[in-house]
Design a protein around this ligand. Structure first.
Ligand SMILES: Nc1ncnc2c1ncn2[C@@H]1O[C@H](COP(=O)(O)OP(=O)(O)OP(=O)(O)O)[C@@H](O)[C@H]1O
Length: 846
C-alpha cells in the first residue's frame, strides 16, 4: 500500500495528499506532521517505513471539507486520492491485492470554486509570473468567475503589481522562488494555441495584442489549472490585456499604510454600499487600482453622477440588484462540474434581474443618460433561449442536491409529469390497499409502511399477526420484537410501479439538468457579460447612494498639476467620530505653485496623520471613479501615490522600525515623478534626533528640488521650518492647538505657519506622566533650547544637576496612578491612547 501511496504522492509533490482508507482520509510521513500541526489533530505512528515508525494522521470523510478548508486557508495545496473501486472488486484479484486509488482533485488556494471556501466579496486570483530579459510576464485568473488578465511589469514594479493583484497563490518557473512549475510549461507559442483552443477561436488577436512574456506566464497558469482540475472543465473567459500605465501605481507599503481594502477600518469597508457580491468584488478591485486614464475615470464618474442625482432610479435599481444572485460564481461552479440545481436557479434569477434592470434603465434614460451607460445597458441583455429554458424548466427554489428530484417544474415535460402522476397514483392506490387489507384481515391496526431497507411492507403487531400468517396471499418478510412485516402481490406490484416511475422521473430530470448545464456553458460569454454589467451598475449606483448619503462631490480631474481640496474629510475617521457623536473638522489642501510642498507641523494627536491620509484617500477615490468627501476637489491625475504614514511594524521580517522607514523612503525617492503625490509622516523619527532631522531636511529638499512632486510632509522637527526661506515651493502649515486652563486642546484645524513647539511635554501630561518627570523634562528642554543657540547639546546638558538631586515627592497612592501603572504605552494604538486620555481625565476629575 505504501508503494501505491508514494506513487500517488509523486504526482503531486507539493500538495498534502489525503489518502482515502475506508471512512478516513489518512496523511502519512511529512504530510502527516504538517497537517497535524495545522489542524491541531493527533499525530500517531503505525507500522514502519524504511525502518522508522510511520507517522500518520487522519480526518473522517464526513467532516473532511472543513479540514480541507483549514489547510487551504493556511496556504497548503491539498490532493484527494479516492478509492476508485469496491474493496470486493479488489479481492477478486487476490486476497492481498490493494484497492485501486487515484487522485480525483487537487485544491490549491488559487483554484477554489467552492462557495464555502471563498469570500463572496473578494476575487480569488491565481497569479503566474514569467521573468524574461527586461520584463516580467504576468497572467492571473479567478477560476471561480473565469476572469483572466494578461500583462507585463518592469522587474522593479513587480512587487507593486503583486500587491495590487493580491493573489491567493503565485506560480513561477523553477528557480524563481514561488510555487514552481517546470520551465516547459511556460512556452508562449504553445500557451497561445492552448488558450485559443479553449476559447474556440483560431487566434487570440481578436482580444488584443498580448506580449510574449505574458503568454508564457499564461502557459504556466493553464498547466496549473489543468493539473488541479484533474480532467474537470474550468471556466475561462477571453483574456484581457492589463496596461500598467492605465492605473495609479501604489506600492505595498502605501496600500497597508492607507488601509485601502483590507480590514475593518479600511476605506473599502467605509464606502462599500454595493448590494451584490459581484459589485463588491468590482469595487474592491477598483479601489485597489485607481485609474490614471482621464476618459475612463470620467465615464465612471458620469454614471455615479447619474445615479446620485436621481434617488428614485437609484432605489429601484438597487432593489432589483439586491435580488440578483452571484451569477458569475454560479457559472464557475457549473463549468467545473460542481454546479447544483440552485446554481442554475441563481443564473435564472440573475438573468431575470438583468432583464428588469435593463427595462428600468431604458425608461430612465428617456430623459438623457451618460454614454457610459450604453455598453452596460447592452451587456445586460440576457441569452434569451437560455433564460426561457431556465424559467420554464426549473421550479422556483430547487433543492441543493438533484438526487431526490423535484428540480423540474410541473408542466415543463408532459412525460415527466405523467411519471410523477403515476407515482402519486400508486401512492394513493397503496393507501386504498391498506383499507382493503384491513377489511380482509379484520386487523384494524394493520399499516402499510415504507423504509429504505425493505421498501413497502405491511406491518402488524405480533399478537395480531395470526390472520395474516394464515392467509397465503401474505408473504412473511420480517419478525421484530414489536412488529411483524409482510407483503402481498398487489403491494409488490404497486411498489415496483412507484420505484420504476421514480427512477424514470429522476432520469428525465437529470437529462433536463444536463441540457440546462450545456445551455449555460454555451452561453457562458453572454452570462459573463451580464454578470459584469450587473456588477458595474451595482458599483455605480452604490457610489451614487454613498455620494447622496454622505454629501460627497464630483471631483474635477485634469491633466495638470492641480491638487486643490476644499473642506476635505477622512471618510473612515469621520464615520468613527460620528458613532461617538463627535464632529469631524474639514480641512483644505492646496498643493500648487509656491505651495507645492506643505510642511505640516503640530502636536502629537493634533490630526497630522489624519490630514495626510485623507488627501491620499480623496485622490484614490477620485481616480477610482467615486465622488469624494470634500466641498470641492480639483486633482491633476496622480501617476503614483506614496504614503509613508504611521509606523508599519515589520519586526516579524527582522527589520527595525527605522530600517523599514528608510527602505520605504528610498522607494519613494527613487520611484516618484513630478506627477506623483507623496505623503511623508515623521521621517527620521526612528533614529537619533540630529540624524533624523538631517535626513528629514535632505529628503524634503530632494522632493522639492529634484522630484518636484506634490507632497505633504509632516514632521515634529519644527526646525525644518527654516527651509521655507530657501525652498520657493514650500509652504508651512500647522495643526492648531490651544492651551486652555493649563491643558492642550486640539482643534484639528490646519492653519498657516509652523507650530511654536512640539508640545511633546503637554501631550505627556495629558497622558498622565508624573509631575516630577514632567518638571525635570521641562528643565532639560530649556537647557537644550538655550544650547541650540550657541553650544551643542552635550555642553548644554553638562552642567545640569543630576536627576537624583531634584526634589522628588513620593507619589501618593490614588486611582489615577494605579491606572497609569497598568498602561503599556508601546502596545497602544493612537486611538486607544486617545480613549485612555478621556478615561484618565475622567479619573482625575473624580
Ligand atoms: N479633522 C479632524 N476632526 C476631528 N477629529 C480629528 C481630526 N483629525 C484627527 N482627529 C482626531 O484626532 C486623533 C489623532 O489624529 P492623528 O492620529 O491624525 O494625529 P497625529 O497628529 O498624526 O498624531 P501623532 O503625531 O501622535 O501620530 C484621531 O484619531 C481623531 O480622533
Amino acid at each position: 500500500m505504501m508503494q501505491q501511496y508514494l506513487a500517488l504522492k509523486a504526482e503531486v509533490p507539493s500538495a498534502l495528499l489525503l489518502f482515502r482508507m475506508g471512512d478516513f482520509y489518512e496523511l502519512f510521513l511529512t504530510d502527516a506532521g504538517v497537517a497535524a500541526a495545522a489542524l491541531d489533530i493527533a499525530l500517531t505512528h503505525r507500522g514502519e517505513h524504511l525502518g522508522q515508525p510511520l507517522p500518520m494522521c487522519g480526518v473522517p470523510v464526513h467532516a473532511h471539507e472543513a479540514y480541507v478548508a483549514r489547510l487551504v486557508k493556511a496556504g497548503h495545496a491539498v490532493a484527494i486520492a479516492e478509492q476508485t473501486e469496491d474493496p470486493a472488486e479488489a479481492k477478486k484479484r487476490g486476497s492481498k491485492s490493494i484497492v485501486n486509488r487515484a487522485i480525483v482533485r487537487v485544491i490549491t488556494p488559487g483554484t477554489l470554486t467552492e462557495e464555502r471556501l471563498l469570500d463572496g466579496r473578494r476575487a480569488n486570483w491565481l497569479l503566474s509570473l514569467f521573468p524574461s530579459t527586461d520584463e516580467v510576464g504576468l497572467a492571473w485568473a479567478d477560476i471561480s468567475t473565469g476572469d483572466l488578465w494578461l500583462g507585463t511589469a518592469r522587474p522593479s514594479a513587480l512587487a507593486d503589481e503583486i500587491a495590487r493583484i493580491a493573489p491567493a497563490e503565485v506560480l513561477a518557473p523553477e528557480g524563481a522562488g514561488y510555487a514552481e512549475l517546470p520551465r516547459a510549461a511556460f512556452d508562449s507559442a504553445a500557451a497561445e494555441k492552448r488558450l485559443a483552443a479553449r476559447l474556440g477561436v483560431s487566434t487570440l488577436a481578436g482580444f488584443g495584442q498580448f506580449p510574449r512574456a505574458a503568454l508564457a506566464a499564461a502557459g504556466g497558469l493553464l498547466t496549473h489549472i489543468e493539473m488541479t482540475a484533474r480532467g474537470q472543465a474550468v471556466l475561462l473567459k477571453p483574456p484581457r490585456l492589463h496596461l500598467p500605465g492605465r492605473v495609479m501605481a501604489i506600492d505595498g507599503a502605501t496600500r497597508r499604510s492607507l488601509e485601502l481594502t483590507d480590514g475593518p477600518t479600511s476605506l473599502l469597508s467605509a464606502i462599500d454600499l454595493t448590494v451584490t457580491a459581484g459589485g463588491g468584488r468590482l469595487l474592491a478591485a477598483e479601489l485597489a487600482a485607481p485609474l490614471a486614464d482621464l476618459p475612463a475615470i470620467e465615464d465612471r464618474l458620469d454614471l455615479v453622477q447619474w445615479f446620485a442625482a436621481d434617488s428614485g432610479l437609484r432605489d429601484e435599481a438597487r432593489a432589483l440588484l439586491k435580488g440578483a444572485p452571484d451569477a458569475a460564481r454560479a457559472l464557475g461552479r457549473i463549468a467545473a462540474g460542481r454546479g447544483s440545481p440552485r446554481d442554475l436557479a441563481a443564473l435564472r434569477d440573475g438573468l431575470v434581474a438583468a432583464q428588469r434592470l435593463g427595462g428600468l434603465l431604458d425608461s430612465a434614460s428617456a430623459g438623457g443618460a451618460p454614454p457610459a451607460l450604453d455598453p452596460l445597458r447592452h451587456g445586460l441583455q440576457p441569452p434569451a433561449d437560455l433564460l426561457a429554458l431556465l424559467e420554464a424548466a426549473l421550479v422556483e427554489s430547487p433543492p441543493l442536491q438533484p438526487n431526490d428530484g423535484g428540480v423540474i417544474a410541473h408542466g415543463y415535460d408532459a412525460a415527466l409529469d405523467e411519471l410523477r402522476l403515476l407515482a402519486a397514483d400508486s401512492r394513493a392506490a397503496i393507501a386504498a390497499l391498506e383499507g382493503d387489507l384491513r377489511a380482509r384481515t379484520g386487523v384494524q391496526t394493520l399499516r402499510v409502511k415504507h423504509n429504505n431497507v425493505i421498501g413497502y411492507h405491511v406491518e402488524v403487531a405480533p399478537k395480531a399477526a395470526d390472520p395474516l400468517m394464515a392467509d397465503p396471499s401474505f408473504f412473511h418478510r420480517q419478525t421484530l420484537g414489536n412488529a411483524m412485516r409482510f407483503d402481498t402481490e398487489a403491494l409488490r406490484g404497486l411498489a415496483s410501479r412507484i420505484a420504476q416511475a421514480q427512477a424514470h422521473a429522476l432520469a428525465a430530470e437529470a437529462a433536463h439538468l444536463e441540457t440546462m448545464r450545456e445551455g449555460a456553458l454555451a452561453a457562458a460569454t453572454q452570462i459573463g457579460r451580464v454578470a459584469d454589467s450587473l456588477a458595474a451598475l451595482d458599483r455605480a449606483s452604490a457610489l451614487g447612494e454613498l455620494a447622496a448619503r454622505e454629501g460627497l462631490v464630483r471631483p474635477r480631474l485634469t491633466q495638470g498639476m492641480d491638487f486643490h481640496i476644499a473642506a476635505g474629510r477622512h471618510p473612515v475617521v469621520e464615520a468613527a467620530l460620528r458613532r461617538k457623536g463627535e464632529a469631524f473638522v474639514p480641512n483644505d489642501c492646496a498643493l500648487e505653485g509656491a505651495a507645492r510642498v506643505w510642511l505640516v507641523t503640530g502636536p502629537n494627536m493634533g490630526g497630522k496623520s489624519t490630514f495626510l491620509r485623507q488627501n491620499a484617500l480623496i485622490a484614490v477615490l477620485a481616480q477610482a471613479g467615486s465622488f469624494v468627501p470634500a466641498a470641492e476637489a480639483t486633482i491633476g491625475l496622480v501617476d503614483r501615490l506614496y504614503s509613508r504614514v504611521g509606523a508599519s511594524d515589520s519586526l516579524a521580517e527582522g527589520r527595525s522600525t527605522f530600517m523599514v522607514e528608510m527602505v520605504e523612503t528610498a522607494a519613494i525617492l527613487n520611484g516618484a515623478t513630478d506627477r506623483s503625490l507623496l505623503l511623508l509622516d515623521e521621517v527620521g523619527r526612528g533614529t537619533a534626533t540630529w540624524d533624523g532631522l538631517a535626513l528629514a531636511w535632505a529628503i524634503l529638499e530632494s522632493i522639492h528640488d529634484r522630484i518636484g512632486a506634490r507632497a505633504l510632509f509632516a514632521s515634529h522637527y519644527h526646525e525644518l521650518a527654516a527651509l521655507k526661506s530657501r525652498l520657493d515651493g514650500l509652504a508651512l502649515r500647522t495643526m492648531k492647538a490651544r492651551q486652555w486652563q493649563g491643558d492642550l486642546v486640539f482643534l484639528h484645524e490646519v492653519g498657516e505657519g509652523a507650530a511654536p513647539g512640539s508640545f511633546g511635554l503637554d501631550v505627556a501630561r495629558l497622558a498622565g506622566v508624573p509631575a516630577d518627570v514632567l518638571a525635570r523634562a521641562g528643565e532639560i528642554l530649556l537647557r537644550l533650547e538655550q544650547g541650540d543657540a550657541g553650544r551643542g547639546a552635550k555642553e548644554a546638558l553638562s552642567d545640569l544637576p543630576l536627576f537624583a538631586a531634584a526634589p522628588a515627592a513620593p507619589p501618593p497612592a490614588d486611582a489615577l496612578r494605579a491606572r497609569l501603572a497598568d498602561i503599556l504605552p508601546d502596545s497602544l494604538t493612537p486611538r486607544a491612547a486617545l480613549d485612555l486620555l478621556y478615561e484618565l481625565k475622567a479619573l482625575a476629575d473624580d
